[in-house]
Each structure stands twice: as structure tokens, then as C-alpha cells.
Ligand binder design. Structure first.
Ligand code: DO4
Ligand code: MG
Length: 289
């Protein structure tokens, strides 16, 4: 039995999105002929891993992973994000803004976490596609984050990699500008797939790494661990689902623990690579939007 499985959305032809299971890092089992046309039919099941183990025994078409174009692993879920969940994030934001420093300090220690809306599923950037930096911002960074995949009952059914692209000058100017600093074209990338079958204790062992390349050369790299996230994953998910329903489930980014130095800003054509051990690698070039 395969305990840990990677579930993806992929296409081989334009406009034909299929659901696949990646079991050995080099090939995809096409689940579409078995009647699985949506990730949600698996994510809503009581035991997706058991269901996938049954599907994996069927004689389904398999193709090399290199021939599949991976799509963002979301369908109709709302994408939300938690903020100031790492000490590093709190410190960086207090330094970025005198105006909002107290708010960041307080929310790090408060019972209620900071949660904000990030993206509609249809706007999420797929692996390999360009993430955006705003043309009216001068200080832009990626935020590499572990993302919780939640079904409509608020249960954590898997994990993916999230990039919470952010404009730090706009965010630092005034907290009320947060939606403009965080939500714009290309500001949220997810992928490359959903890792199923890991509990929170396991996921907390994962390392999160960020590498930014410019003209093929590294200009920033950093590392943290999901174990540094101050709050329990179920606590974050519980607050998101308080007094709110998500009929199609949700994805919740858990905050960043890697912040490049204040002298660093992204440029067009940079390449952002986020690796989470236990999930994989999400790579996106950068484009001015
Ligand atoms: O309030 C600012 C956003 C915080 C955030 O996105 C993070 O900590 O990752
Ligand atoms: Mg963030």
C-alpha cells in the first residue's frame, strides 16, 4: 500500500484537464478513465488514500511526467493565507513599517490568527507559468509557504506549495493597503501537486527552501522548517472555517518564514524556486503585471 501519494491536475492537449496520480516521481497514472474528473471527488472522500490505493490497482493509462503539463492543483476552492505565523515574519514586518509595527507584534501573540483572502482558484498561477510583480510597486518578494488543502468539512486532506507574492512597500505604507499588496494578477502560485497521506507531525519535519535566480545565477537563497510555524495547522484551519462555509473546500497558506534582506526586490525574468521536502518543487518565472 502506498501511504504517501501525489495528486495532480494535468493536460496533454489544450483545454483537456485530467486528474493524475504520481506514484514514482517519473510517471503519472491517468485517473480520468476511471471516472475521476475532479480532484474534489477524491478530496471530499472519507479516505482519499484508500480510494487511490484501489484506483492504482486498475489498469489505467500511464504517461511520463515530462509529457504532462501540470496545472494548478485547485478547482473551485477559495485560497486564503495566514500571516505572521513565524517569528521571522513578525520581525521583518515590524522593521518594514513604523506605522503598523504594533499590529504585527500583537497579532503574533494574539489568540486569533491573521487570515486573509488571497485568490480565486481560477486566478492561481500554475507551475512554470509567470508570477506577477506589480508595476506600481518598487519592493516585491515571493513568500514560500506550506499550503493546507482542506475539504468542505475543514479537514486537512493534503498539502501543496504556495507562493504568496507580496509588495512590501505597499504593505508597509499602510495596513489598509494589504489587499492591494497581496491580491493582483499572478500574485498566487500553487503546485506542483497535492501531497496526501502526511499528518501534521510529519509535515512539521519538512524543510522549506527558497531560491531566486537572475540570468541563471542565484541572487537569494534561504531555508526554514514548517516546524517553526507558531500555530497548529488545525487551529489555523479551525479559524478559517469559523462562521464560514466553503462548499468546494479551501486552500490555506500557512505564512512565510523566509524573508529576503531589505535591499532585495524581484525583477522581471527572475526565477523563483520553492522546495518543500516531502512535497516537491514549485518553479515560476517573474513578470511585471
Ligand atoms: O500581514 C501581512 C502578511 C503576512 C504574511 O503574508 C506572512 O507572514 O506570510
Ligand atoms: Mg505570506
Amino acid at each position: 500500500m502506498m501511504a504517501r501519494m501525489k495528486l495532480c491536475r494535468f493536460s496533454t492537449k489544450p483545454d483537456q484537464i485530467r486528474v493524475g496520480l504520481i506514484t514514482d516521481d517519473s510517471s503519472v497514472l491517468d485517473l480520468t478513465p476511471a471516472g475521476i474528473r475532479q480532484l474534489s471527488s477524491l478530496l471530499e472522500s472519507d479516505n482519499p488514500v484508500a480510494q487511490l490505493n484501489q484506483l492504482a490497482k486498475k489498469n489505467l493509462p500511464r504517461l511520463p511526467l515530462s509529457e504532462a503539463r501540470l496545472c494548478a492543483p485547485v478547482e473551485r476552492q477559495e485560497i486564503w493565507a495566514a500571516g505572521v505565523t513565524y517569528l521571522r515574519s513578525k520581525t521583518a514586518r515590524m522593521e518594514e513599517s513604523d506605522f503598523s509595527a504594533t499590529a504585527y507584534d500583537k497579532v503574533y501573540a494574539a489568540e486569533r490568527p491573521e487570515l486573509f483572502f488571497k485568490s480565486l482558484a481560477e486566478k492561481v498561477v500554475a507551475p512554470g507559468e509567470p508570477v506577477g510583480i506589480r508595476r506600481d510597486a518598487r519592493w516585491n518578494v515571493p513568500e514560500p509557504e506550506l499550503a493546507l488543502v482542506l475539504n468542505s468539512r475543514g479537514k486537512i486532506v493534503g498539502y501543496t506549495i504556495g507562493n504568496d507574492m507580496s509588495s512590501r512597500d505597499i504593505e508597509g505604507e499602510n495596513l489598509l493597503y494589504l489587499p492591494q499588496a497581496k491580491i493582483y494578477t499572478g500574485s498566487c502560485a500553487l503546485g506542483p501537486w497535492i501531497q496526501l497521506g502526511a499528518d501534521e507531525a510529519k509535515a512539521r519535519e519538512w524543510k522549506i527552501r527558497l531560491k531566486i535566480q537572475r540570468a541563471g545565477k542565484p541572487v537569494f537563497s534561504g531555508e526554514t522548517s514548517a516546524g517553526q510555524i507558531k500555530r497548529r495547522f488545525e487551529e489555523l484551519a479551525g479559524y478559517l472555517f469559523r462562521s464560514q462555509v466553503f462548499p468546494h473546500g479551501a486552500v490555506l497558506l500557512t505564512g512565510t518564514g523566509i524573508v529576503p534582506p531589505e535591499t532585495f526586490t524581484l525583477q522581471e525574468r527572475d526565477v523563483v524556486e520553492i522546495e518543500i521536502t516531502g512535497i516537491g518543487l514549485l518553479r515560476n518565472p517573474v513578470m511585471v503585471v
